[in-house]
Write a protein of this length. Structure first.
Length: 273
């Protein structure tokens, strides 16, 4: 068994003021999607922050989600049909749509060949790939997930690399400047990416702002990127844009995925698996 860990754990503490704006923006987006409009003055009073702060929040949401700004607030030009989705901790994720996740993971494992350098981000679907890699002889695995690294360490033939940085206990993922710089030293053949929310207009979005940059780095340094998502992830949006769907080499799906995503893949040269 080859086993190489390169990381240092810094446990995540209490959320400071810098993180409060993320939760506030999630709530404001939900208000706009449900009420169709909001007022700066009302939001300022609701969240006990200055109107300038609310305007910055609304400007961000207008850039990411097409919200229309007015002098006194913001509104949607048309009804948005995507559902917003909250982030779920890794323990709850493992109990959701297990059959579909296993189907997707098994398909992903068949794409991996001896000699490959692969990347797995964090998530309950991607870590299931390891259940179907028992016969591998020479795989280099780069992962952001502590759980995935520990599981992979018991499989002979897999060399595990992990970035240092801060451990986000909610998702079990590492992030931060050190982790990002560590990743940039690798050349990845295939990245298998679990996602939180997928839509045609917004691409892949995520609820944890701090995990965006390091995931984007994986997409950038990988020759091939594979989306791994069960049916429940589609037609959803979350707080922050991660990547467009055009970055993917293939979509690894279950048989309940909306047909429009199959059509999108076919029209844009993306393999449907």
């Amino acid at each position: 068994m080859k086993y190489l860990f390169e990381f240092s754990v810094v446990a995540e503490g209490e959320k400071g003021d810098a993180m409060k704006h993320i939760d506030r923006r999630k709530e404001i987006l939900n208000l706009i999607l449900t009420q169709r409009s909001v007022k700066v003055a009302d939001l300022s009073e609701r969240y006990s922050v200055g109107e300038a702060t609310i305007r910055r929040d609304l400007k961000y949401l207008s850039q990411e989600y097409g919200i229309t700004l007015t002098y006194g607030g913001a509104y949607t030009k048309e009804k948005i049909t995507y559902h917003t989705t909250p982030e779920m901790d890794i323990f709850k994720k493992r109990t959701q749509n297990i059959a579909e996740k296993r189907m997707i993971a098994e398909k992903a494992a068949k794409l991996i060949n001896d000699g490959d350098t692969i990347a797995l981000n964090s998530g309950s679907t991607v870590e299931l790939i390891l259940d179907y890699l028992e016969g591998v002889k020479d795989i280099s695995l780069i992962t952001l997930s502590l759980n995935t690294a520990l599981k992979a360490s018991s499989i002979s033939g897999i060399t595990v690399y992990m970035p240092g940085g801060k451990l986000r206990s909610f998702s079990g993922a590492f992030y931060g400047k050190e982790a990002n710089e560590f990743l940039k030293s690798f050349n990845i053949d295939k990245a298998f990416m679990g996602v939180m929310a997928v839509s045609l207009s917004k691409g892949v979005t995520h609820g944890a702002f701090e995990e965006i940059e390091i995931n984007q780095t994986i997409y950038e340094i990988s020759q091939k990127n594979y989306l791994m998502a069960d049916f429940s992830k589609f037609d959803k949006v979350s707080l922050t844009k991660m990547v467009d769907l055009s970055v993917f080499t293939g979509f690894i799906l279950d048989d309940k995925t909306p047909e429009i995503y199959h059509e999108y893949g076919k029209k844009n040269g993306i393999e449907i698996i």
